[in-house]
Write a protein that binds this ligand. Structure first.
Ligand SMILES: O=C1O[C@H](COP(=O)(O)O)[C@@H](O)[C@H](O)[C@H]1O
Length: 247
């Protein structure tokens, strides 16, 4: 695991934009497409806005990206809470990636149908041959961590945190009175690289627990993200890192 601490959220977005741009260009030297899963919430907005501008916008071969989302809030795409809607507003609406290479979670289907639809898309895309969860998946998954230690839509105290086989799940998250659609740990942990972006003082206590505390994924679901062969990078700002002892 690599921990990168930046001065503030602005530097976090810049460091992440450089990291992602380099990773995309490095990987595209040996393959013709780059498969990425975006995250939602508020932290990635600044990153998206940077990527949509010079110099990053010219450095990323957008037409070679295949874009997915790690999780989705079950609200219409034009709702301000929808993760894909946010990414279109801040990034995808400003660059050219062919629509057929952009895979949104369908919130016009029932939650279970939407999870099944995404599962099918993923298995078709990754060309499942019976290897199931042993197939490598994304070149890069971007993740955030909520104030409660959740990542993706793996929330504290939910069964989905312990999922070992399914790639996608839909469930009703009582505390938010909302359905959530999410990739599970087995698929995330097959990524070639997982990059967490975490900022703000409200993340300091959960970050310490996730990185330095006892294993307790029921309380801190971000602990279940441990890529099997891939790289794990935590990029955090000073305020989020302020409780860490190992820096
Ligand atoms: O609800 C969500 O929250 C997490 C964390 O978001 P942040 O704004 O605190 O960084 C996010 O990673 C996830 O995609 C989203 O659905």
């Amino acid at each position: 695991m690599q921990l990168i601490v930046t001065k503030n959220p602005t530097e976090l977005a810049k460091t992440a934009a450089k990291f992602i741009t380099k990773r995309i260009n490095d990987v595209l030297k040996t393959q013709d497409r780059f498969t990425i899963a975006l995250s939602g919430g508020s932290t990635p907005k600044a990153l998206h806005e940077l990527l949509a501008k010079s110099p990053y916008v010219e450095q990323v071969p957008w037409a070679q990206l295949h874009i997915f989302w790690g999780d989705e809030r079950y609200v219409p795409i034009d709702d301000s809470q929808n993760n894909a809607g946010m990414a279109y507003d801040t990034l995808l609406g400003h660059v050219y990636t062919p629509e057929e290479q952009i895979h949104v979670w369908r919130t016009d289907l029932s939650p279970d149908e939407a999870a099944a639809d995404y599962d099918r898309i993923l298995h078709d895309y990754f060309g499942e041959t019976g290897a199931g969860v042993d197939s490598p998946t994304f070149d890069l998954i971007l993740l955030g961590m909520g104030d409660d230690g959740h990542t993706l839509s793996l929330f504290p105290g939910t069964d989905v945190v312990h999922e070992t086989t399914a790639w996608t799940k839909a469930y009703f998250l009582t505390k938010q009175d909302m359905y959530r659609l999410t990739l599970t740990a087995p698929v995330a942990n097959r990524a070639r690289c997982v990059l967490f972006l975490v900022a703000g003082p409200q993340k300091a206590a959960p970050l310490k627990e996730v990185l330095e505390g006892e294993s307790n994924p029921d309380l801190y679901p971000s602990q279940v993200i441990k890529p099997v062969d891939g790289e794990l990078v935590w990029m955090v700002d000073e305020k989020a890192a302020s409780d860490l002892t190992k820096r």
